[in-house]
Design a protein around this ligand. Sequence first.
Ligand SMILES: [Zn+2]
Length: 94
Amino acid sequence: MKRFIPETRAVNVVKRFTCDELAELLTAYLEDALDQPSRDGMRAHLSCCEGCGRYFEQFRATIKVLGDQPPEKLSAPVRDRLMSAFRERHRHHS
Ligand SMILES: [Zn+2]
């Protein structure tokens, strides 16, 4: 009698993120707050999406300028500014 062994396919599934989803999760990513599939998905997206890659660098640079504060310490206005910078970039991209 065969025993039912659940497949571990889930391990190989890389989440796909849209640019918007990536923007929403960027702070969580920098805080190490994402699960592994999500982290892999973020990395995959960042490596193949030039706009998000640049946004990510800008985001990190901004955090550095602010004095190495953890992302969750970013003030709401700073977050908003980064978010709108991101949306602007993508709106003009087309
Ligand atoms: Zn993207």
